[in-house]
Design a protein around this ligand. Structure first.
Ligand code: ATP
Length: 232
């Protein structure tokens, strides 16, 4: 559903993305792996239209979306959960969630809200707390919930486990595998931790210094080789 073809991007003279290609399929999880600074977040921002692309293209469901604005990509069904979560700290959990569902009709909104509460029961208990008062892990859950409330066809998660306690990492892993089982959504999971992604992803793309250095399906990936690219 999402094809990235030979994408190149520069920050001034720095060539940050060097011919990156990948393919996310409906009902599948693709994990983009790489250590800090290799260009993962830059790539995701190019996919969302937050950063311009120098060469290459981005196709979504057969349409070239390389030149579309972020809100146009969101409307097509691409949801982005940024690193650092970016929830509204002064709004309540419920208000944060409402931001995600602005485009839904009333009936659809209440049913999808029920589904999201099933995935994240903790949010239901905390509806009237301010976003800024939640723990980092709860904020991450809220950010994923908000993205899901827009009923995306593709969800892009930028390092959802970063700085989060192990019990919530497990919860987030469970949600990703439940979404995968649903079969109607593509998931692009950007991670530094192979151990988290290993169980969840169908395919892997490993980046180093702006380039794809390894790619393959779960059974094709050599754990040692991947870890070598991720080690500092
Ligand atoms: N706005 C910017 N201007 C100039 N250089 C930048 C900018 N943002 C990132 N960079 C540089 O581009 C490279 C890729 O950064 P990017 O944030 O995409 O990496 P990353 O793999 O996502 O790492 P992280 O895990 O820290 O997010 C790094 O060398 C970084 O210093």
């Amino acid at each position: 559903m999402l094809q990235v073809n030979e994408l190149n991007q520069y920050y001034g003279a720095a060539h940050t993305l060097r011919g990156v290609s990948l393919d996310v399929q409906k009902g599948r999880v693709l994990s983009l792996l790489g250590r800090n600074g290799v260009g993962k977040t830059t790539l995701l921002k190019c996919l969302m239209g937050v950063l311009p692309v120098a060469r290459g293209n981005v196709m979504f469901e057969g349409h070239d979306i390389t030149k579309l604005k972020p809100h146009q990509r969101a409307r097509l069904g691409i949801a982005y959960v940024p690193q650092g979560r970016e929830i509204f700290a002064r709004l309540t959990v419920e208000e944060n969630m409402l931001m995600g569902m602005a485009t839904l009709s009333g009936r659809r909104a209440s049913s999808i809200k029920g589904e999201v509460y099933e995935l994240f029961p903790v949010l239901k208990e905390m509806l009237h707390r301010r976003g800024g008062d939640l723990s980092g892990g709860q904020q991450q859950q809220l950010a994923i919930a908000r993205a899901l409330l827009a009923e995306p066809k593709l969800i892009i998660l930028d390092e959802p486990t970063e700085g989060i306690q192990p019990s919530i990492i497990k919860d987030i892993g469970r949600v990703i595998s439940l979404l995968r089982q649903r079969g109607d959504i593509g998931i692009l999971l950007c991670e530094q931790y192979f151990d988290f992604a290993r169980e969840l992803a169908d395919t892997f793309v490993v980046m180093s210094r702006g380039e794809v250095v390894a790619a393959g399906t779960q059974d094709q990936m050599d754990g040692e080789d991947v870890r070598k690219h991720l080690a500092v």
